[in-house]
Every structure is written in structure tokens, then in C-alpha cells.
Design a protein around this ligand. Structure first.
Ligand code: XBP
Ligand code: MG
Length: 252
């Protein structure tokens, strides 16, 4: 199958945003609203199983009936505040892209391979991350950005990948998804996409058995990635477009 587009997840895939950015922004919003709780690193890791910030907060409150319960409108208001804190953090330039991400994006641009985004996070978060890491025109490098509430069902449902494929006008067989989590993998695979996983601290113990390959990162020429699952397991690799073309060709 020809490779005609790369579709990137954002949180955990383009950058390690969850622990030190999303989690911190949630806690800032909880404090600003006078709420008597916050999320430490393990608690946040546990609730990452729920995709979407508003949905994550609702799920947490359901599990803690003794805490003040919030209406949907309150959750939406607190979440808007959380987004503002997150964007502020991005604008301060606190985060960098994961190894190999910018190199791969540049290679796609240089070879005319379209790139797109399929994420559960809010569009403002994606735009601020892309602008501070890739420059003001960062978001324009992506042919489609599918984000947040644009679809009815967030990952692990296939909706966001199906939406992006439709907007790209391409069949799933000709595209490749890059993800970091089991929820993201389930979403992409349900939409028919072969998926490469770059796992991280929060996702390392998740089930990636349906992935094309599992890696620790994309790697750089002077600091390669390691293949953790798949044909070349145990070998170093620097993920570039010829490597991805070769892997996609294995999809029967
Ligand atoms: C990650 C998510 C998001 C973020 C928080 O999605 O599930 O909910 O944790 O962002 P992905 P919001 O890995 O698909 O990018 O608070 O804006 O939902
Ligand atoms: Mg992710």
C-alpha cells in the first residue's frame, strides 16, 4: 500500500504534555474555582484512561461521592479555565516536541507527504503547542486538524480518525497513525489504520498488541529509538519516511 498521509495524535505523541502541562493546568483551575482536591501524578495517570478533560473530571467525581459534585455547566466553566492555563503554559514555551517528531514532520514536508492530527484534546491546546514548538505557521503544516468535541465520541471510538480520513479524502489503508496510548491505538485501529506506537512513562504497560510497531520514541540519527514490539524488536531504528513506507507495506 502506498503511504499517502501520516496522522499524528498529540498528547503523549507529539510532546509529553500530560504530567507537567495538562495535569498542572487542571490543578490550577481546581484551585482557582476553590475546589478541595487536586491530581497528583499517579492519580492523573489512573484517570488518563478516560479521554477528554471534561469527561475525566466527571469520572473522577463519580468515583469520589464525598467531594463536591459539579453540574455539567460548572465542569465546562472549569475546563475553559483549564484550557486558558494550559495555553498560557504553552505560550511560555515550557514544552518541547518528543525526539524525532520535528525531523519526521520536516521530512514529510520536504517529500510532499501530507500530515494531519487526530486528537481528543481541545483545538486551542493543539494550536498553542504547534505554534510554540514549530513556529507561528506550525498549525498550517497540517492538512487537517481533528480535535476535541468536533466528534460525538472521543477515543477509543474511531470517530476522530474517521473524521480526519474523510477530510483528507483518503482510505485508511493508505495512511499511518502515530499514537502513544492504548485508547489512541484502539481508536486508530477501529478506523482501519495501521498504527505505530511511541510509548511513554504513562502508557508503557498498556496493551499494544494490535500495533504495527511499538517504539520508545521516533529517534534521531545520533540517538536512535528502540523497537520494543514487532519484527525488529530489540533493534535500534531511526523512524523516517522510507521506514514507515516499508512497515505499512506489511499491512495485508
Ligand atoms: C489526550 C486527552 C486529552 C488531554 C486533555 O488526547 O485525552 O483529554 O488529556 O485535554 P490525545 P482536554 O492523546 O488524543 O491528544 O482537557 O482539552 O480534553
Ligand atoms: Mg495520546
Amino acid at each position: 500500500m502506498p503511504l499517502r498521509a501520516l496522522i499524528f495524535d498529540v498528547d503523549g505523541t507529539l510532546a509529553d504534555t500530560e504530567r507537567d502541562a495538562h495535569r498542572v493546568a487542571f490543578n490550577q483551575a481546581f484551585a482557582a474555582a476553590g475546589l478541595p482536591f487536586d491530581w497528583d501524578v499517579p492519580t492523573y495517570g489512573h484517570y488518563l484512561k478516560v479521554t477528554g478533560g471534561k469527561e475525566r473530571l466527571r469520572n473522577f467525581l463519580n468515583d469520589h461521592p464525598a467531594l463536591p459534585q459539579l453540574s455539567d455547566a460548572d465542569i465546562a466553566r472549569i475546563h475553559r479555565q483549564k484550557t486558558a492555563f494550559y495555553v498560557e503554559m504553552m505560550n511560555a514555551g515550557l514544552l518541547t516536541l518528543r525526539p524525532g517528531v520535528e525531523r519526521l514532520l520536516n521530512a514529510a514536508r520536504d517529500t510532499g507527504l501530507p500530515v494531519a492530527i487526530a486528537t481528543t484534546t481541545t483545538l486551542a491546546n493543539v494550536e498553542s503547542l504547534l505554534k510554540t514548538t514549530l513556529g507561528q505557521d506550525g498549525p498550517d503544516r497540517f492538512q487537517v486538524i481533528g480535535a476535541g468535541d468536533i466528534v460525538a465520541h472521543k477515543k477509543p471510538a474511531p470517530d476522530i480518525y474517521t473524521y480526519v480520513l474523510k477530510r483528507l479524502g483518503l482510505p485508511a489503508d493508505d495512511c499511518l497513525a502515530l499514537e502513544d496510548s492504548e485508547n489512541g491505538l484502539r481508536s486508530a485501529v477501529s478506523a482501519g489504520l495501521a498504527t505505530v506506537i511511541t510509548q511513554n512513562e504513562y502508557t508503557r504497560d498498556q496493551d499494544f498488541s494490535s500495533a504495527l510497531r511499538v517504539l520508545d520514541q521516533l529517534g534521531e540519527p545520533d540517538a536512535p529509538a528502540w523497537v520494543l514490539q514487532g519484527k525488529e524488536a530489540g533493534n535500534p531504528v531511526v523512524v523516517d519516511i522510507p521506514v514507515l513506507i516499508q512497515w505499512l507495506a506489511e499491512k495485508a
